[in-house]
Design a protein around this ligand. Structure first.
Ligand code: NDP
Length: 485
């Protein structure tokens, strides 16, 4: 069985305490690898390696850092099949999705920041005839990066690439549930010749290895993607230590459909935004609001399409929806379906595990695409993040009502609006609490735009210029001009 190692100072090393955790394949419920159960001592070793590598790496010319990151991007692409297979096994997601979305995006993350760093500019201001001010943007030191299990390599590299590109060194912890592709990435970085200590990976539990990274006094920058409760705990630790923190947290996103929308475009995209990656995407549109005049026909067509989705072995071509990440998470999702019934909801399709997912996957953690109607907008199922293949559909009368509905959760990550009336789209986009509003689309990403959430969906933004700024410290240099200018 594969035994994953930590990656510290350019070497694959066992955890100092010699303890390992089982790594379970969600589609089968079987252990398929072991990963280090690292503790504070492993984190200490990784931080020391990252500190030792910081000065030379931060002084490495941007063009050379860029060359190395482009090389890593190329190696990710060359290993597409191997990485996609590992991701599908580790996360339970369809192999097709890992091949077409997760792994290509990981390569794009490296390529994007590798090229961004050679086009950086900073501000300069002339103060009348008196002075010249300019801003230096310097790397901050060791960055602590913590990522979740739903888009493992995609979100991991979304942090690693800008941190390294800007000259920081890294101590990163992938989710304990999906360590495999981060481990494979360390091999690719080694092959690419990334200097030892620049990129370190410590595997293990969030409460142990993750917490040790957040609390470490020599790690001044923390970028975290994960649940809102964990985000609050990280903020509590990092606040008094005056760390720079970015928190990308949960979502409960509205998908708003007006009667004038092009329903042939709305339907397939709404099915994707509800159920892609088993509904385990922070951006999923899990609350669908439909203008009352088309509500009955939309519900009928949506349910028919949801019921046709193929749930089963992630490794089989043609599978639309794989397994949920763990037995615990499957039980959480099922408990929300039960709660929906108690809150007065009507289940129109799904509602439990599928009848047959084939021999290999009998013990896997599957839940059918589930559609629920007749729930009040302010009930728990409509306010709390479920993070599974479960959507609610609710009718609305007018713009003011749907804005009220859309904003009726503690979250504010993203929203979709479907209408041919662009005037209405502009007006609603301003009023909806969300870091991103998509009009007539979903998950159409441009890596240059700010990405992040409002309210309990997070603090700070990633992407493009925002990430370059996050991972650097601005320093103003003011030079007094003398003589006759
Ligand atoms: P968690 O918050 O449970 O975990 C995220 C990461 O943090 C994991 O690596 C975890 O390790 C680690 N961790 C847990 N506790 C601590 C701690 N005390 N200190 C430091 N690190 C810790 O989230 P999930 O992995 O369950 O991911 C799902 C969540 O992520 C959802 O809420 C989803 O909405 C959100 N998310 C947000 C995105 C965004 O961009 N806004 C994108 C994708 C997901 P371990 O696995 O060992 O617990």
């Amino acid at each position: 069985m594969l035994r994953i190692a930590n990656f510290i100072g350019g070497q694959h090393v066992p955890p100092l305490a010699g303890q390992y955790l089982p790594n379970i394949e969600p589609a089968t419920g079987q252990v398929h690898a072991e990963l280090p159960d690292s503790d504070g001592r492993d984190v200490e070793a990784a931080v020391q390696a990252a500190l030792a590598a910081f000065t030379p790496w931060s002084r490495t010319p941007a063009a050379e850092r860029s060359r190395l990151l482009l090389d890593i991007a190329a190696r990710i692409e060359a290993n597409l099949d191997r990485l996609a297979h590992a991701e599908a096994v580790d996360a339970g997601k369809p192999l097709r999705l890992a091949r077409t979305v997760d792994i290509p995006r990981a390569a794009s993350n490296f390529r994007f920041f590798a090229t961004a760093i050679v086009h950086c500019h900073s501000e300069a201001y002339r103060t009348d005839q008196l002075a010249l001010n300019y801003t230096l943007r310097q790397p901050r030191g060791v960055a602590g990066l913590i990522s979740p299990w739903n888009l493992p390599l995609y979100l991991f590299t979304w942090k690693v690439a800008p941190a390294l590109a800007t000259g920081n060194t890294v101590v990163a912890k992938p989710s304990e549930l999906t360590p495999l592709t981060a481990h494979l990435l360390t091999e690719l970085c080694q092959e690419a010749g990334l200097p030892p200590g620049v990129f370190n990976v410590v595997h293990g539990l969030g409460s142990k290895a993750g917490a040790a990274i957040v609390a470490h006094p020599r790690v001044p920058t923390i970028s975290f993607t994960g649940g809102t409760v964990t985000g609050a705990e990280i903020a509590r630790t990092a606040g008094p230590l005056f760390k720079k923190v970015a928190l990308e947290l949960g979502g409960k996103n509205p998908n708003i459909i007006f009667a004038d929308a092009d329903l042939d475009a709305v339907l397939p995209t709404s099915i994707r935004s509800a159920f892609e990656n088993q509904g385990e995407i922070c951006l999923c549109g899990s609350r669908i609001f439909v203008e009352a005049s088309i509500y009955p026909s939309f519900v009928e067509r949506f349910v028919a399409a949801a019921a046709k989705l193929n749930v089963g072995d992630p490794l089989t071509p043609g599978t639309d929806q794989g397994a949920l990440i763990s037995a615990k998470h499957r039980d959480k999702v099922l408990s929300y379906i039960q709660l929906a019934k108690e809150e007065g909801g009507r289940i129109l399709c799904g509602g439990g595990p599928p009848a047959n997912v084939g021999e290999r996957c009998q013990a896997g953690y599957f839940v059918q695409p589930t559609v629920i109607v007749d729930l009040p907008v302010d009930c728990r199922v409509n306010r709390e993040e479920i993070f599974g293949p479960v959507v609610t559909i609710t009718p609305f009368q007018d713009d003011a009502e749907v804005v009220r509905y859309a904003n009726a959760t503690p979250y504010g990550l993203s929203a979709s609006l479907w209408t041919r009336d662009l005037n209405r789209a502009h007006q609603l986009a301003e009023k909806i609490d969300a870091g991103t509003v998509w009009v007539n689309c979903w998950l159409l990403r441009d890596l240059r735009v700010p990405f992040g959430g409002m309210k309990q969906s997070g603090v700070g933004r990633e992407g493009g210029e925002e990430a370059l700024r996050f991972f650097t410290e601005p320093k103003t240099v003011c030079i007094r001009l003398t003589g006759d200018m």
